[in-house]
Design a protein around this ligand. Structure first.
Ligand code: COA
Length: 185
C-alpha cells in the first residue's frame, strides 16, 4: 500500500535537521554541492560537470514525477546541505541521498536516512526499500549498514560523472527488519 500521491507538504524534522520538498530556491546550493566531483562520482545519474541547467532539469523532473518519486532537501542550521529521496514509489522504490562535502562526517546522512525510512515504513506503508552503493564508497555502505540495509548482490551500473560502468553493491531494507531494529531501540 502506498498513498496515491506524495504529500507536497511532507516535512520531516530530526534533532538537527529538516527534510522538506525540494524547492527552486535550493538550486544554487544543489549546484554547489553536487557540482563537486567527490559527490557526483558516487551518484549514478548525475553528470560532471554539473551546472545550473542540470539542477533545473532535476527540479522539473521532480515536479513531473510528483506522486511517483519523493525528492527532499536536507537543511541544517546553516541552510541547504544535501538531498535525499525515493524514486519509483510503486516499483523499484530506490533510496538515494547526498550531502555537500562540508556536511560530511557529522552523522547527518544516518540521522536524515533514519527519519526518512521511519516515515516510509511507519507512515507511508512501504514493505521494502532498495538502495546500494558503488563498490568504492565505504562511507555510504557504512551509513546503509547503520540504517539496517543488507547486501543482496552486485551489478554494473553506469556512472554518468565517471563516464563508465562501475560495480554497484545492491542492498535492501524490509519492513520486518526495520521494525525489528527499531524495536531494539
Ligand atoms: C555518503 C555520505 C552521504 C555520508 O554522509 P555522512 O553524513 O558523512 O555519513 P554519517 O556521518 O552519517 O556516517 C558515515 C559513516 O561512514 C564512516 N566512514 C566515513 N568514511 C569512511 C571510509 N572511507 N571507510 C569506511 N567508513 C567510513 C564514518 O566513520 C561513519 O561511520 P560511524 O558512524 O560508524 O563512525 C556523504 O559522504 C556523501 O554525500 N557522499 C557523496 C554522495 C554519496 O556517496 N551518496 C550516497 C550514494 S550511495
Amino acid at each position: 500500500m502506498f498513498p496515491a500521491t506524495t504529500p507536497r507538504n511532507l516535512v520531516i524534522e530530526t534533532e538537527r535537521l529538516v527534510l522538506r520538498p525540494v524547492a527552486a530556491v535550493d538550486l544554487d546550493a544543489i549546484v554547489l554541492g553536487i557540482g563537486d566531483l567527490d559527490v557526483s562520482r558516487m551518484l549514478a545519474r548525475v553528470p560532471y560537470p554539473y551546472g545550473r541547467a542540470d539542477a533545473e532539469s532535476f527540479f522539473a523532473a521532480t515536479r513531473e514525477a510528483a506522486g511517483r518519486n519523493i525528492a527532499l532537501t536536507i537543511l541544517d542550521e546553516s541552510g541547504v546541505i544535501g538531498g535525499l529521496g525515493l524514486t519509483g514509489l510503486r516499483s523499484e522504490r530506490e533510496f538515494g541521498y547526498w550531502l555537500a562535502k562540508p556536511a560530511w562526517g557529522k552523522g547527518y546522512a544516518t540521522e536524515a536516512g533514519r527519519a526518512f525510512l521511519a516515515h516510509l515504513f511507519e507512515e507511508a506503508g512501504l514493505d521494502i526499500v532498495r538502495s546500494g552503493v558503488f563498490h568504492d564508497n565505504p562511507a555510504s555502505l557504512r551509513v546503509q549498514a547503520k540504517l539496517g540495509f543488507e547486501r543482496i548482490g552486485t551489478h554494473m551500473v553506469r556512472c554518468l560523472a565517471r563516464g563508465r560502468d562501475i560495480e554497484h553493491i545492491d542492498t535492501i531494507l524490509t519492513r520486518e527488519r526495520h521494525s525489528a531494529l527499531a524495536g531494539r531501540g
